[in-house]
Design a protein around this ligand. Structure first.
Ligand SMILES: Nc1ncnc2c1ncn2[C@@H]1O[C@H](COP(=O)(O)OP(=O)(O)O)[C@@H](O)[C@H]1O
Ligand SMILES: [Mg+2]
Length: 360
């Protein structure tokens, strides 16, 4: 798939801007604070439904303006889409697909598939498990609405269960009430864990390959899901789940939260069997993160049957010459959007100049 046209109105430092993108490599060059990341952010919003860098949507409205709008035309194999995202003066997001208002924000997922990489993505390796769960969830939600449905249900049940644990009810009455939530948690949680297992398995094969090609080194990248549940048929995982929840009730009451479940899952990432999350050098962590993102591209291709759009925000400057060269070669058969301060690679591309909230 590819993005054909992007129109920004009062989005960040853009007043009114239309950009027509080409297939292949689209390079956005500009000085610091000119609006490169802002442009990349607008595309991310139209794919995922939220900003990669702020929780406060209002920040994306141009200062002094009352609302922001991003309009993106997407060309896919079988049909085209027009995504229109408006952030109103209250900071509320409104979505329309092909001119028809969407009932839920989540309807945006799966239309424009993107793989997004910015220097911030190092968090994926370096920080706690929640970053890696976010990576799995965003990827899986883009691939499947059923996954999204189960994730939303799971989070809602978990919040209810935690609320109950804090309610001060006695052990016996709590046990009876929790039963209802536990059944639901086990049902949705076992689905999520199973999908994450499968995701990690597939990602591993692709990532190993990507890492070899990107780093040119012999280090072997390993990926696996770290979960307290053992991989099995769905019913069997759900049964394990319920048993754990029930066994931990007293512990959970003491802690006032649910200590067991897929909200604790993690992705284990190793280089030659060494845990990169803890022991990797900055350079190893960066190339592992990049390999993971490249693996995600192949995974989309395998699962969705279309290549996603690759967005590389300011990552070239962080890589050595060999790596950035190989990165560009690997992204040659996708629509790729690159932002940087200066591009001097001898590779066919379309060039855009970003200056102070204007793209030419
Ligand atoms: N809501 C906003 N309205 C107007 N300008 C903004 C808004 N948010 C950020 N900016 C401006 O955008 C610029 C940063 O743009 P950014 O895309 O991050 O730069 P870069 O080109 O370095 O990636 C800064 O000058 C900042 O002041
Ligand atoms: Mg930037």
């Amino acid at each position: 798939m590819r993005i054909r046209k992007v129109t920004l109105t009062d989005f960040r430092n853009y007043t009114s801007q239309t950009v027509s993108l080409k297939e292949g490599l689209n390079v956005f060059e500009g000085e610091n604070a000119s609006g490169k990341t802002n442009f990349a952010e607008s595309l991310y919003c139209c794919a995922i439904g939220k900003s990669p860098r702020t929780q406060n949507d209002k920040e994306m409205i141009r200062w002094g303006a009352s609302a922001a709008c991003v309009n993106v035309e997407v060309v896919k194999q079988y049909r085209n889409y027009e995504i229109r995202l408006v952030i109103d003066q209250k900071g509320k997001k409104k979505l329309a697909i092909d001119g028809i208002p969407a009932y839920k924000m989540s309807e945006i997922l799966g239309i424009l598939n993107i793989v997004y990489f910015s220097p911030d993505e190092l968090k994926l390796i370096k920080e706690g498990p929640s970053e890696r769960r976010r990576f799995m969830d965003i990827s899986l939600c883009q691939q499947s609405k059923t996954y999204l449905f189960n994730l939303q249900k799971y989070n809602a049940c978990l919040a209810q269960r935690n609320k109950l644990l804090k309610s001060g009810l006695g052990f016996n009455s709590l046990k009876q009430t929790l039963f209802v939530w536990d059944t639901q948690l086990a049902k949705h949680g076992s689905y999520l864990t199973r999908k994450r297992y499968e995701f990690a398995q597939k990602l591993k094969t692709y990532a190993k390959n990507a890492h070899m090609r990107l780093s040119g080194e012999k280090e072997e990248l390993g990926i696996s899901l770290e979960s307290s549940l053992i991989y099995d048929e769905l019913d069997a995982i759900a049964a394990q789940y319920r048993a754990h929840l029930e066994a931990d009730i007293q512990k959970d009451i003491d802690l006032s939260f649910t200590s067991f479940g897929c909200h604790r899952d993690d992705l284990k990432i190793t280089l030659n069997d060494i845990d990169v999350r803890k022991f990797g050098s900055q350079g190893q962590q960066r190339s592992a993160a990049l390999s993971l993102k490249f693996a995600e591209i192949d995974l989309f291709w395998g699962e969705v049957g279309e290549r996603p759009v690759l967005i590389l925000d300011d990552v070239l400057s962080e890589l050595d010459e060999g790596r950035s060269r190989r990165l560009l070669e690997m992204s040659a058969d996708l629509q790729t959007i690159i932002t940087c301060t200066k591009f001097d690679e001898d590779i066919p591309h379309v060039s855009f100049k970003v200056r102070n909230g204007s793209i030419s």
